[in-house]
Design a protein around this ligand. Structure first.
Ligand SMILES: NC(=O)c1ccc[n+]([C@@H]2O[C@H](COP(=O)([O-])OP(=O)(O)OC[C@H]3O[C@@H](n4cnc5c(N)ncnc54)[C@H](O)[C@@H]3O)[C@@H](O)[C@H]2O)c1
Ligand SMILES: O=C(O)[C@H](O)[C@H](O)COP(=O)(O)O
Length: 385
């Protein structure tokens, strides 16, 4: 078997080498001519897969080591009998870490407490529901909006905690978007946050987008930020990546290059899930495990002796694992050196090794032991020293 694999996929040899010859190519450069005599295509989200890529190819399996699937014309693949797999949930914990790290950083800069905020979550799937669980465990008030889920589960607004987007806009201090990009249909998400809704946001609202860039009307957000300068934007995803809007980039308080899900754990889970799907496609058993391909974390544990205020302790532990300010600064730095589009992809290609909150064990000395519930709610392992 011959496989073309995005060069940005970690553990590609361990996950795909046993199936045959692995040819690595930059994801944005994979083209029809690379696929003529290829059996399997293993990608991430930057390779559009459609008839024009595959019509002349012998590809029978397409696997994307990502949650999102908007880059793949799955109807075309189904019609051609080409097996398709994605990696649901693979990096969901990493995205939740990103959102918590971002909110804790904003809280410190702007002088508020995360634990006092009301957070709206739009899209309560693998990412949104994990975010909801961690925030609620911390005692943060959460409003959740997911009309497709409400419909599937046969519930109406208010009945089981789902609320409308308008309710979230009216009541939330923070609005987090975790929706997929859906272009058509009753629950389309393209420009879900449109000019009208952006204008309805109360001054001071924090908008976080770690779903897909096109779920927000970037021009409308840019004009509210440039005109009134009364919102805070945390943007990980953008319209037209990597050639994103420079003015919007400059106006965002935290601007990162689509790396919310870029924990090593999340990426390796994605590779492993597609390895398993390919093994099942070719009828082979697989013995590969995450532990087999994932190294131990550089910082596995530390001891906290002091009875710090809750949010200071949360920030300290979060930053010991992942400091979102580093990603914001490296995008700014690379954009200066290379221009925004090239800087965006350079940051992604050279992304430093990042682990998830759950890889850190925090040992609490006597005085710090009251912090156990809050640290464990945020996703850290906690032991009493
Ligand atoms: N920034 C990143 O690095 C990163 C990482 C992972 C995922 N993502 C993006 O986040 C999206 C969500 O990930 P997930 O794993 O939670 O996906 P998921 O499919 O598990 O959940 C998506 C949820 O959104 C809901 N939804 C769909 N249309 C909606 C609408 N109009 N309004 C409100 N809710 C709606 C769905 O019902 C579903 O519950 C992915 O599709 C992907 O595009 C981004
Ligand atoms: O859909 C996903 O899983 C995420 O957006 C993922 O982080 C995308 O990673 P990329 O394809 O940009 O490497």
């Amino acid at each position: 078997m011959k496989l073309v694999v995005d060069a940005n996929i970690p553990a590609a040899d361990a996950c795909f080498g046993a199936f045959g010859e692995v040819i690595k190519r930059p994801g944005r450069e994979i083209s029809a001519e690379h696929l003529r005599d290829v059996d399997a295509l293993i990608i991430r989200s930057v390779t559009p897969v459609n008839a024009s890529l595959l019509a002349e190819s012998s590809v029978r399996f397409v696997g994307t080591c990502t949650i999102g699937t908007d880059h793949v014309d799955s109807a075309y693949l189904a019609q051609q009998g080409i097996r398709f797999a994605n990696a649901p949930g693979c990096n969901a914990e990493a995205v939740v870490d990103y959102v918590l790290a971002s909110l804790l950083t904003l809280a410190e800069r702007q002088g508020w407490r995360l634990l006092d905020r009301c957070v709206g979550i739009v899209g309560v799937g693998n990412v949104g529901s994990r975010l909801q669980a961690r925030l609620q465990a911390l005692g943060v008030k959460v409003l959740a909006c997911d009309p497709p889920r409400a419909e599937r589960e046969g519930v109406s607004e208010g009945e089981t905690g789902f609320a409308s987007l308008e309710t979230l806009i009216e009541h939330c201090d923070v609005l987090c978007l975790h929706t997929p990009l859906v272009s058509a249909g009753p629950h389309a998400t393209r420009h879900l946050l449109n000019a009208e809704r952006i204008n309805e946001l109360s001054p001071g609202t924090v908008v976080v987008n770690a779903g897909r860039g096109d779920c927000i009307d970037g021009l409308a957000l840019r004009s509210r930020l440039a005109g009134q300068n009364d919102l805070t934007a945390v943007l990980d995803v953008w319209e037209n990546e990597p050639a994103i809007d420079t003015a919007l980039h400059d106006l965002a308080t935290l601007a990162t290059p689509h790396i919310a899900g870029y924990s090593l754990d999340g990426k390796l889970r994605g590779s492993l899930m597609i390895h398993q799907a390919l093994a099942s496609h070719v009828g082979e058993a697989s013995a590969l495990t995450l532990d087999g391909i994932c190294p131990p974390p550089a910082l596995a544990s530390f001891t906290l002796q002091q009875a710090l205020p809750c949010e200071d302790a949360l920030r300290l532990c979060a930053r010991a694992v992942y400091d979102v300010r580093r990603d914001h600064e490296s995008l700014t730095r690379e954009a200066h050196a290379l221009g925004l589009a090239q800087g965006f992809d350079t940051c992604r290609a050279n992304y430093p090794r990042r682990r998830e909150f759950s890889t850190l064990t925090v040992c609490l000395g006597d005085e710090a032991q009251p912090l156990a519930p809050v640290l464990s709610a945020a996703g850290f392992n906690v032991v009493l020293a």
